[in-house]
Design a protein around this ligand. Structure first.
Ligand code: DHK
Length: 151
């Protein structure tokens, strides 16, 4: 895992409150910590010969800048859990649409089985696809898909 971009990188971006995984509503989000999620992603990336760049922020502008950076540095693909911004952020959606980069949206929980406001994703429509409800396995599946697609 690395925090600086290089060629042959896969990226994973985590939105607000995901730094609290493991102790945040574990009945909804599970018991894996963010470090566990990133380790699982790094393992899948390494299996396929990629470095992983993993970052988390509660700030919309950080996520937007990192989407641009992933695109501008030639990343092979990006997995993003925009968390609450999924349902609110036109700006993050526009950032994803602005880069020439395959992006997969992941949610730990099955957002479709939750409150109606979580049924709408502004960001999902500009992603290659969305995985929801599979917990950490959803990140692994997204990384595998992006690595295979790039390879
Ligand atoms: C994470 C969040 O923080 C919520 O705001 C989303 C998503 C769902 C998840 O399931 O990973 O609604």
């Amino acid at each position: 895992m690395s925090d600086s971009p290089a060629r042959s990188t896969l990226w994973v971006l985590h939105g607000p409150n995901l730094d609290r995984l493991g102790r945040r509503e574990p009945e909804v989000y599970g018991t894996a910590t963010l470090a566990d999620v990133n380790a699982a992603c790094a393992a899948v990336a390494a299996e396929h010969g990629f470095d992983l760049v993993a970052r988390q922020s509660a700030h919309e502008g950080d996520l937007i800048a990192w989407v641009h950076e992933a695109g501008d540095t030639g990343a092979a693909g990006l997995t993003i859990n925009p968390a609450g911004y999924t349902h609110t952020s036109v700006a993050l959606r526009d950032a994803i649409a602005s880069v020439d980069l395959p992006v997969v949206e992941v949610h730990l929980s099955n957002v479709h089985a939750r409150e109606p406001f979580r049924h709408i994703s502004l960001t999902g429509a500009v992603c290659v696809g969305t995985i929801a409800g599979l917990g950490v396995e959803g990140y692994r599946a997204a990384l595998r898909f992006l690595a295979t697609r790039a390879g």
